[in-house]
Design a protein around this ligand. Structure first.
Ligand SMILES: Nc1ncnc2c1ncn2[C@@H]1O[C@H](COP(=O)(O)OP(=O)(O)O)[C@@H](O)[C@H]1O
Ligand SMILES: O=P(O)(O)OC[C@H](O)CO
Length: 499
């Protein structure tokens, strides 16, 4: 198939903002539109989004990205969708109305139920089928919570009247005016209901979590023409041809297409993902086994270390306690100090993910004195992002049996040069930041473009990745060891806080 249309549009629906990015054949960004949306924290440990606001921001940036550069709908060859994963939306199939706010991946409300699953001895069953560790992070227990807590929801679900979807499914439902209820295999693999080996929804797990099978979307690959847009937003029909969860899309967008290649995305959370090829490697160090992508019949697996609070630590300093007005100010503040002067922050604001998996940990600052200033808090938060990535990379190196020589990075917080240098110092490895740090979006664009012949094959797109800046380790061993010693001491003290 050849393709004469000049552009691909990627929709990147992240935790903090909705983005639409238009790419040309050279993989260059032609237009970007982005809108932040409201984060709802109705109770301690709860995090919600309004699904209609997700749709409103996403549809408006689609239009804006075209209007800004006078691009017409007919010039878009295909749409690729990538999204914050695990975030759970349940809606009524007849009215299309959500029954409840989207329960965000960071939300901890089902932690007790997860503990009860562990106590009943289901951890091995779930790990062997899904590759996941039982945690409130994943969609399954969030769906169950909605069915248990929204009046009439369970009856409707049993009657086949409700649909569940991660954000990709919700956007497709909206873009096709309710004609399609589907997801891709990477998003499915984060629900705790999907068997990553048989590549199908698992009846035993649906039964365990009391989730009617009829609520679940059809599972597709990551790169094929799934459907066409049919709504009022885009008057012309555009094929939707790529879908992947954002971390998997970033792995593809970074061309980590060979086993052993890894990337870390520094967005709201930090996600270190390593390609393990056709083999679903079981971690012995508390990492997740997940599906990287499926293209045609070819399935690719990955190991993942998920850190719940990454750039969100900076966002919290900015919005939650208003230490500064813009995230980029954090770099200057951190660099105004010669070092952290003994101040550490454990950003367990949503418990701790990999490799600790402590749902009851909570955030804490350590080492505060009368001399502590905003600069110390800020530096501690940036350093904390890097320490957490250090911990997951060490776990991954143990699983892989070798030391990482190079790490590709992307996501909003990689704009911070202090953070990137500190990360390289801690890991003692080269950090490569690509020219286009929107690798999540470009990954989705590649998946869509491959399906409609916009790009011929993977060899063609491989040539498009270009490094922008590389960070080399510079720190002395003694200093690094000292920093890590206090970091680990701080982590231990923040664990198991909630009783
Ligand atoms: N210069 C910066 N320094 C540190 N953190 C930053 C900087 N710029 C953005 N961030 C953080 O990056 C995150 C946004 O990155 P992004 O990749 O857009 O995330 P998401 O896809 O999760 O919405 C926010 O949490 C923000 O606080
Ligand atoms: O929105 P991000 O980029 O922090 O990604 C969220 C992840 O997909 C959650 O698993």
């Amino acid at each position: 198939m050849t393709q004469s249309k000049p552009y691909i549009m990627a929709l990147d629906q992240g935790t903090t903002s909705s983005r639409a990015i238009i790419f040309d054949k050279k993989g260059q960004i032609v237009s970007v539109a982005q809108k932040e949306f409201k984060q709802h924290f109705p109770k301690q440990g709860w995090v919600e989004h309004d699904p209609e606001e997700i749709w409103k921001t996403q549809s408006s940036v689609m239009i804006e990205s075209m209007v800004d550069k006078s691009i017409s709908v007919d010039e878009i060859a295909a749409i690729g969708i990538t999204n914050q994963r695990e975030t759970t939306i349940v809606w009524d199939r007849k009215t299309g109305k959500p029954l409840f706010n989207a329960i965000v991946w960071q939300d901890r409300r089902t932690a007790d139920f997860c503990d009860s699953l562990k106590e009943k001895g289901h951890a091995e069953l779930i790990a062997s089928k899904t590759g996941l560790i039982i945690d409130a992070y994943f969609s399954g227990t969030k769906i169950r919570w909605i069915l248990e807590n929204v009046e009439g929801a369970r009856e409707k679900a049993e009657a086949g009247e409700l649909a569940f979807g991660t954000v990709d499914s919700w956007l497709i439902w909206k873009l096709t005016k309710g004609q399609h209820h589907l997801t891709d295999i990477t998003n499915a693999s984060r629900t705790m209901l999907f068997n990553i080996h048989t590549q199908a929804w698992d009846d035993e797990l649906c039964e365990l979590l009391e989730i009617p099978r009829s609520m679940l979307p059809e599972v597709k690959s990551c790169s094929e023409v799934f459907c066409e847009t049919a709504g009022d937003v885009l008057r012309s029909k555009i094929p939707i041809a790529g879908i992947a969860g954002d971390q998997q899309a970033a792995l593809f967008g970074q061309f980590c297409t060979e086993p052993g290649m890894a990337k870390t995305t520094y967005g709201t959370g930090c996600f270190l993902v390593m390609n393990t090829g056709k083999e679903a490697v079981r971690s012995e160090n508390k990492l997740l086994t997940t599906i990287a992508w499926k293209i045609g019949d070819e399935i690719n697996y990955a190991l993942e270390g998920s850190v719940f609070i990454g750039g969100a630590a900076i966002q919290w300093l900015r919005d939650g306690i208003e230490l500064f007005g813009h995230a980029k100010e954090s770099e200057k503040l951190a660099m105004s100090l010669p070092d952290n002067e003994g101040v550490y922050f454990v950003p367990a604001l949503a418990g701790l993910g990999a490799p600790h998996w402590d749902q009851d940990a909570r955030g804490a600052f350590f080492g505060i004195t009368r001399g502590t200033t905003i600069a110390h808090f800020t530096r501690a938060a940036l350093e904390a992002i890097a320490y957490q990535v250090y911990d997951v990379l060490k776990a991954m190196e143990k699983d892989a049996g070798e030391k990482t020589k190079e790490l590709r990075v992307d996501g909003g917080a990689t704009a911070n040069n202090f953070l990137m240098q500190f990360q390289s110092d801690l890991l003692e490895c080269e950090i490569k930041r690509p020219q286009i740090i929107e690798t999540t979006a470009i990954g989705a664009a590649f998946l869509a473009g491959l399906a409609v012949g916009f790009w011929k094959d993977r060899e063609e797109i491989k040539t498009l990745w270009k490094a922008d800046k590389s960070f080399q380790p510079q720190m002395e061993d003694e200093k690094r060891e000292n920093l890590l010693h206090f970091w680990h001491k701080a982590v231990e003290r923040s664990k198991n806080w909630v009783e």
